[in-house]
Design a protein around this ligand. Structure first.
Ligand code: CTP
Ligand code: CA
Length: 225
């Protein structure tokens, strides 16, 4: 019994995870998206479920499938749909991990018919999407809240600003500087920064092991609280 407990340190904990890109519709056949594969979020979800957590995975379009059958996958397209699904599940979650690459902007109006080519130039007016992670940070009670940050300059400073702005407990800073890291890669080089601004650079490793590192942070938080 005790042995099983130690192998399932996240048993009894509900963890909400976001993954993948979002697609913001332009018209019935076109969208604004990005190259996020969803792998990081799916790896976190699988590792969390293997550690005993009840996992709700809210995912944008991706070809990844959840390996652990206990994972509840909610497939969404747009940032608004991801926002709605997250808010449905955040209240009774114990932790939330935002690994999704949410579109920052969406077309202000979605055309009901396929847009025909006419003039030589064409432009779309964009408006901001809702910041899902910020909205969770604004209402969080005891939830341990983890965000990601992708920066190309002033990495540490910008990541610290995101911790404060979004009311996070921990941020996982992706270093694009590093050759093996990033969107379409199997590996990731991350730096952890906690809400007290303790900085912990990690080695370049596969996303599966980055996922384990992240969940170790969650486990040690629950052991302390
Ligand atoms: N995020 C989110 N909702 C958004 C945008 C971002 O939940 N509309 C989350 C991401 O999942 C990530 C974190 O916020 O965990 C940081 O995303 P990032 O794109 O690095 O930061 P932004 O706040 O969007 O700022 P910018 O893109 O200008 O750096
Ligand atoms: Ca962004």
């Amino acid at each position: 019994e005790a042995d099983l407990e130690s192998k399932l340190p996240l048993k009894g904990k509900k963890i909400l995870i976001t993954a993948g890109p979002t697609y913001e519709a332009i018209d019935p056949v076109r969208f604004i998206g990005n190259h996020s594969s969803g792998k990081m979020g799916f790896d976190i979800a699988n590792a969390a479920a293997n550690l005993g957590a009840q996992v709700v995975l809210v995912s944008g379009p991706t070809h990844y499938k959840a390996k652990n059958p206990s994972i509840e996958v909610i497939n969404i397209m747009s940032a608004q749909e991801m926002y709605d699904a997250c808010h449905k599940h955040f209240d009774d979650s114990d932790a939330a991990i935002a690994a999704a690459a949410v579109a920052d902007y969406k077309p202000k109006e979605v055309a009901l018919q396929k847009i025909k080519k006419n003039a030589s130039e064409f432009s779309i007016e964009l408006e901001k999407t809702k910041d899902i992670l910020s909205s969770l940070g604004a209402i969080k009670k005891n939830q341990f809240l983890i965000g990601f940050a992708l920066e190309t300059e002033n990495e540490i400073e910008n990541a610290k600003l995101k911790i404060q702005k979004k009311n996070l407990d921990l941020i996982v800073l992706n270093s694009l500087q590093d050759e093996g890291a990033g969107f379409k890669k199997e590996t990731n080089k991350v730096t952890f920064i906690d809400k007290n601004f303790n900085i912990e650079p990690m080695e370049l490793k596969s996303k599966e092991f980055v996922a384990v590192d992240i969940l170790n942070k969650v486990i040690s938080h629950f052991l302390k609280s």
